[in-house]
Write a protein that binds this ligand. Structure first.
Ligand SMILES: [Zn+2]
Length: 573
């Protein structure tokens, strides 16, 4: 570690020079800004055990913040000269400071958290009973007119005390007059009662549509579980509680404000949002309730509008910036066992290889359109078959319309092969892989077995190959706590004590890079965030303990003491 003393002016000057040197003419990357007020005192000086995630100065004792950015990082003595009478000092010498965490894949459904029936715990491992689910939905049914949907959210089929599948008959106990659905938190399977199936005209002889299934029980009757695209028939039936436009906007805003508080509580300072109401997001920011930075991933009307107007990835500012597209789905789910594998799922009869939800031709056309528009493509591809389809489409688009530094994003990118890794590296594609799953969903990996798990959530393989592997919780499917994610990356051991794919373990330092720098790289913002470096946005987290020295099984329990975004405390324990 090079420790040199600098005068104040020199230090600020240095930060400007260092920043200028860091600009590698990114195609659309956010540009750093040198510290503005050269002679002013620092706003904030922090003393702590600092892990910067900056290879040029990995460890530091102190840093200074001015106008929302880091302006100096070094020893306590280095920084002392920047303390003036208006400088706030935070002495956290017993604590650890790391850059703010980034979650590169989050559905940010704050309105669901606030307003809907939650039949499982969104944030932690918690087992529930089927009776508790029935009871909660019965209460809802009593307040709901017959014929109108009664919905439960955040169900997890492997967090049920009863240790059996939820089924149609359970949900018939909720109501025979309402269509009832329990949505798996994974987002790819749902459980329906008899009324819903009847209203949709689905019976035991209904064939499975392309890209989905109506599951049957051992006797051939409908079990109530419906997967992926087979669920589309339910969109057309039943009424839903409706809200007027003002109510919808208010729910969106309150939901975003609510989830923003949750994010900073867990140390997230940047979150890649899968869509959501862009206007509400700006209103929440305007009223001062947006505590984290957003990389907004568009789809539908917003994406079409961007293409029509010539708005590319990178447009926006340090709080709300347009990032990649939202995930364009190519296959099914990892946690719900519908992702597309090149080999049959172990132990399932008849042989089942998961669901492909998009044809190669449609995928090619979509990727070409987005790529040509200067927008970062992003597809949901879990299984090796789907990842291959994605890469094939991107390789094709690059041949037709070569573009440097496109960083195509692969959401999940769960099951890899050597050939896929080589092609991912060649494209500088960004896998945004599951984070908390290694801990939270270890109870599901038995469905894949150790052989496949050695190639799943392959952080070790990707980092060794020089790929910018990033973290994507996929909340609501996975809890978003970055420390839970880091623990899983480091140990590969789940809540149930089982270890899967230990060959993919990475170190604490590597897990930090994944959750900070690589997240910044994923949205072309590595020059403005992702490390504690002079000139970058002052986003950081104060931890009560050092993840490098605590028992690795306790990383997730480290207390977040303070989360700071742009030099301002967004959360304080
Ligand atoms: Zn997702």
């Amino acid at each position: 570690m090079a420790r040199q003393r600098h005068g104040r002016r020199e230090f600020f000057g240095l930060s400007g020079a260092a920043v200028a040197g860091a600009v590698t003419a990114p195609w659309i990357g956010a540009q750093p800004v040198a510290a503005a007020a050269v002679d002013a005192d620092a706003d904030l000086v922090v003393n702590a055990k600092v892990y910067t995630v900056d290879a040029r100065l990995p460890r530091a004792e102190a840093f200074a913040v001015k106008a929302g950015r880091f302006v100096a990082v070094g020893t306590t003595a280095d920084i002392k000269g920047l303390i003036g009478k208006n400088t706030q000092q935070f002495d956290a010498r017993q604590m650890t400071v790391v850059p703010g965490f980034t979650d590169c894949h989050n559905h940010a459904g704050g309105d669901t958290l606030l307003y809907e029936v939650l039949v499982g715990n969104p944030f932690e491992v918690e087992f529930v009973t089927i009776n508790s689910i029935i009871d909660k939905l019965r209460v809802k049914a009593r307040q709901t007119p017959p014929g109108t949907w009664v919905e439960g959210f955040f169900f997890d089929d492997t967090k049920v005390k009863d240790q059996r599948e939820l089924n149609r008959k359970d949900l018939d106990e909720v109501s025979l007059e309402h269509p009832v659905v329990v949505r798996h938190r994974g987002g790819h399977t749902s459980y329906y009662n008899s009324k819903a199936l009847e209203m949709a005209g689905v019976n035991k002889s209904t064939p499975n549509p392309a890209g989905g299934t109506f599951d049957r029980d051992a006797t051939g009757e409908l079990s109530g579980r419906v997967t992926d695209r087979a669920r589309n028939v339910f969109n057309r039936i039943g009424s839903r509680v409706t809200f007027n436009p003002q109510q919808i906007e208010q729910r969106e805003r309150d939901g975003l404000a609510h989830i923003s508080k949750q994010f900073v509580r867990y140390g997230l300072t940047t979150v890649h949002h899968e869509g959501g109401d862009l206007a509400a997001l700006q209103q929440v920011r305007a009223r001062g309730d947006l505590h984290h930075r957003v990389s907004y991933e568009s789809s539908g009307k917003v994406l079409d509008g961007m293409i029509a107007a010539g708005i590319m990835t990178g447009f926006g500012d340090d709080w709300i910036r347009l990032g990649a597209t939202s995930e364009h789905t190519v296959d099914g789910s990892f946690s719900e066992r519908t992702m597309a594998l090149s080999q049959p799922y172990p132990g399932i009869q008849p042989a089942y290889k998961g669901n492909i939800t998009e044809t190669q031709d449609d995928l090619n056309a979509w990727i070409e359109k987005v790529h040509r528009a200067g927008i970062q493509v992003n597809c949901h591809a879990n299984g090796d078959v789907a990842i291959d389809m994605f890469l094939t489409a991107v390789e094709r688009a690059q041949r037709l319309f070569p573009r440097q530094n496109a960083r195509p994003k692969i959401t999940h990118c769960t099951l890899i092969t050597e050939d896929l890794v080589r092609r991912i590296k060649a494209l500088d594609a960004i896998p945004a892989m599951f984070t908390t799953y290694a801990y939270y969903n270890s109870d599901k990996f038995v469905f894949y077995g150790e052989d496949l798990m050695k190639r799943s959530m392959a952080y070790r393989t990707f980092l060794d190959a020089g790929v910018h592997a990033a973290a994507g919780s996929d909340f609501s499917p996975g809890p978003f706590a970055p420390l839970m994610g880091m623990q899983g990356m480091v140990t590969r051991r789940g809540w149930d004590g089982k270890t899967w794919g230990a060959n993919q373990r990475i170190t604490v330092d590597e897990a930090l890079i994944v959750n900070t720098m690589n997240g910044a790289y994923a949205s072309f913002e590595e020059n403005v965030k992702g490390s504690i470096t002079a000139g970058k946005l002052a986003d950081f987290v104060v931890l009560a303990d050092d993840p490098h020295t605590v028992d690795p099984e306790k990383i997730k329990d480290i207390q977040i003491v303070r989360t700071v975004v742009g030099g301002t405390a967004a959360y304080q324990a």
